[in-house]
Write a protein that binds this ligand. Structure first.
Ligand SMILES: C[S@@+](CC[C@H](N)C(=O)[O-])C[C@H]1O[C@@H](n2cnc3c(N)ncnc32)[C@H](O)[C@@H]1O
Length: 211
């Protein structure tokens, strides 16, 4: 990115959005709702988690780029549901939809959709940040633990889990719990994550059932 530092502030090519970078522009060009899509794309390219026909729950789905990509990968026989505190304002393909909700209090509608189980649970949830490293890491860990608890309730045997978490306090115990519940766990920082960000993805492959 042709960016330079001016008085401690990173300035990109677009003065209206100093955070704009290659991935922001690519997302716009490819009609994705956010640059975050390239993180999921990298994860899927490496771990092959989004199969055709899969039933996928996307936690913290707004503005909707993971939903778009998951729906593309699952294809017309797939079934993808996103949940977020905020609405998704995109037109989605028929196999995907989004509902407004808090993952700490899932509606009966979502519980009914989950039915007898899911192939994949994704969580790109992020807390409201304070700028205080420890506080933000603990908030992120709390969201990640809630996502993992939900995944352990709704995943089918052999299912997969992808979860964003901030590195810091709460990270190691979270990874240990993913390791306990899944055949394999992986920690992956996509190239498309901003270098200064503390976010990283923990991936659980092959859910072993509640143990
Ligand atoms: C980084 S954004 C997700 C971006 C999304 N993956 C995409 O590609 O468009 C994080 C989202 O997590 C959501 N979130 C945070 N806490 C939540 C909660 N308790 N329940 C549902 N969504 C939550 C936020 O509202 C925010 O939209």
């Amino acid at each position: 990115m042709a960016a330079k530092k001016a008085k401690g502030k990173v300035v990109g090519k677009n003065p209206a959005n100093p955070w704009e970078d290659h991935y922001t522009r690519l997302a716009r060009k490819e009609a994705y709702a956010a640059r975050s899509v390239y993180k999921l794309k990298e994860i899927h390219t490496k771990y092959d988690i989004l199969k055709e026909g899969a039933r996928i729950l996307d936690l913290g789905c707004a503005p909707g780029s993971w939903l778009q990509y998951a729906a593309e990968m699952a294809g017309s026989s797939g079934d993808v549901l996103g949940v977020d505190l905020k609405p998704v304002l995109l037109a989605l393909p028929p196999q995907a939809r989004a509902v407004v909700g808090d993952i700490y209090d899932l509606s009966p509608e979502i519980r009914t959709w989950i039915g007898s189980g899911l192939d994949v649970v994704l969580s790109d949830m992020a807390p409201a940040t304070t700028g205080m490293g420890d506080v933000d890491a603990l908030r992120s860990a709390a969201l990640s633990e809630a996502a993992l608890f939900l995944a352990s309730e709704v995943l089918l045997q052999g299912g997969h889990f992808v979860c964003k978490i901030f590195q810091g306090r709460g990270f190691d115990p979270f990874v240990a719990e993913v390791r306990r519940l899944f055949e394999k766990e992986r920690i992956f920082k996509p190239q498309s994550c901003r270098k200064q960000s503390r976010e990283i993805y923990v991936i659980g492959l092959g859910f072993q059932g509640r143990i």
